[in-house]
Design a binder for this molecule. Structure first.
Ligand SMILES: NC(=O)c1ccc[n+]([C@@H]2O[C@H](COP(=O)([O-])OP(=O)(O)OC[C@H]3O[C@@H](n4cnc5c(N)ncnc54)[C@H](O)[C@@H]3O)[C@@H](O)[C@H]2O)c1
Length: 435
């Protein structure tokens, strides 16, 4: 394919070399003549392992060139990648000056083009930026998005230092697209790359890079806090984290990574507190570990406020235990929410298929009798009555029978903390806690 790359910095230079290596003809564009000269001499504009050899080989093969002329690049190609910088402003917002400028230049060139064109936004940009790029392109070209041109969000996951390897073998190729022909063109661009292609809503693709990088940062500081504690306890932190990472069922896995309600139960709150306390005893600061509980409390506040502002006082809770499939009520997070609602005079009905006060035993029985005796007054074994007497149904835990019943609740409102939504449970009366 014929591809133009706007911006010949880290991302653009690696893309130029690596896409040429895949057999495409690539034209680089940059306002800095020195960078353009570098490419035209078969040299890299950056220092990265392997890139110098690739640029030299691809120039020799006649597959790369560069120019300062945006129009020339657009007219000679079918796909343009935007790889310009998106630095933060003094106030921390994104500076989109380069993106806006490049979109204007591509749009102006599109005016003269007779074939359709794909623009791939490779720069890291916040959700909504792609729509701005579409607006600018449409205005500058007088052409129509989805017909004459299309914009695909295609974030870059490379890391400096290993960027060539990351380009050739990324975790996946992400295409945020709402246009079939543009998606197909992008698949053609990446057909030599050994990675799955995932097509998503454009805004999902735009936010992805921020979520990934924030998670990576979280992993680093989490491991560092654990390491600091280990050092004080004369424990080899590397050995500990090696073993930690070998649990691919719960630790390095999808587990616990679906947005939803707060955690609770008899283990997580207690053990987190113990780890923080031991750190504190050794005069260590653990800001990330300390923030976990605050964040968890905030999730309960969100639910409380949603119900408070729902405009009804009749609330039915489906699920009470700290998670589905158990009758364990210890530190169940929804109990905090219910307590606050009762304090405000709400009428509450609670149904949980696994919680029957008469059958509770052991620590769980002690907990309910000593810590939350009032809750038993609002518990019922009758799901139908819970639904019938409530105007807002809060789904705390999922089970097959409740899901079936919820599909037939008609105009009653559903507030979902679990991801119970389906074709049958949806519509204007449905709302999810974080979706
Ligand atoms: N560097 C990384 O490791 C990395 C990884 C993934 C994503 N990203 C993202 O990719 C984007 C680019 O990052 P980078 O590190 O390559 O930036 P960079 O600053 O190294 O390069 C940007 C280039 O764009 C050029 N440019 C500016 N205006 C232009 C215009 N109108 N037309 C053509 N070129 C123009 C600049 O001259 C510069 O050469 C950013 O959004 C960044 O957040 C960077």
């Amino acid at each position: 394919m014929n591809i133009s790359i706007f911006g010949l910095g880290y991302v653009g230079c690696v893309a130029t070399g690596c896409l040429a290596q895949q057999g495409h003809r690539v034209i680089g564009v940059d306002p800095q003549p020195t960078k353009v000269d570098f490419i035209n001499r078969g040299q890299s504009t950056i220092i990265e392992e392997g890139i110098a050899e690739i640029m030299a080989a691809q120039l020799a093969a006649g597959r790369i060139s560069a120019t300062t002329s945006s129009a020339e690049a657009v007219l000679k190609t079918d796909v343009s990648f935007i790889c310009v910088g998106t630095p933060p402003t003094a106030h921390g917002h994104l500076d989109l000056t380069a993106i806006t400028k490049v979109a204007g230049e591509i749009g102006a060139a599109l005016k003269q083009k007779t074939t359709r064109h794909v623009v791939a936004v490779r720069s890291t940009v916040l959700p909504g930026t792609r729509e701005k790029v579409i607006e600018i392109l449409a205005q500058a070209s007088g052409k129509q998005a989805g017909i004459d041109f299309a914009v695909v969000s295609n974030p870059e996951f490379l890391r400096e230092g290993t960027s060539v390897k990351d380009f050739i073998k990324p975790p996946y190729t992400l295409l945020g697209s709402d246009c079939d022909w543009a998606t197909e063109a992008m698949k053609e661009v990446y057909k030599g790359i050994d990675a799955p292609v995932i097509t998503t809503q454009p805004r999902v693709a735009e936010l992805m890079k921020y979520v990934c990088n924030s998670f990576h940062a979280l992993k680093i500081v989490f491991a560092n806090e654990v390491g600091n504690i280990c050092k004080q306890l004369n424990i080899d932190s590397h050995q500990l984290m090696d073993v930690f990472c070998q649990d691919t069922k719960l630790n390095i896995s999808k587990a616990y990574l679906k947005p939803g309600f707060a955690y609770g139960g008899s283990c997580l709150p207690k053990d987190l507190k113990a780890l923080r306390t031991i750190a504190h005893d050794h005069y260590l600061q653990t800001p990330v570990l300390e923030a976990i509980e605050r964040s968890n409390e905030y999730q309960k506040d969100i639910v409380f406020k949603h119900i408070l502002e729902s405009g009804t006082m009749n609330i039915g809770f489906i699920g009470l235990a700290f998670k589905a499939g158990t009758d364990d009520l210890r530190d169940s997070p929804i109990i905090d929410v219910i307590e606050r609602l009762l304090g405000k005079g709400f009428n509450v009905r609670i149904y949980d298929p696994h919680v029957h006060v008469s059958q509770l035993t052991g620590a769980n029985r002690d907990y309910i009798l000593k810590r939350i005796p009032f809750i038993s007054r609002f518990l019922t074994d009758d799901l139908a009555k819970t639904i019938e007497g409530s105007e807002l149904l809060v789904v705390v835990n999922r089970d097959a029978a409740s899901e079936k019943a919820l599909a037939g609740v008609g105009t009653k409102r559903i507030y979902d903390l679990t991801g119970v939504r389906s074709a049958a449970i949806s519509g204007p009366n449905y709302s999810g806690i974080a979706w």
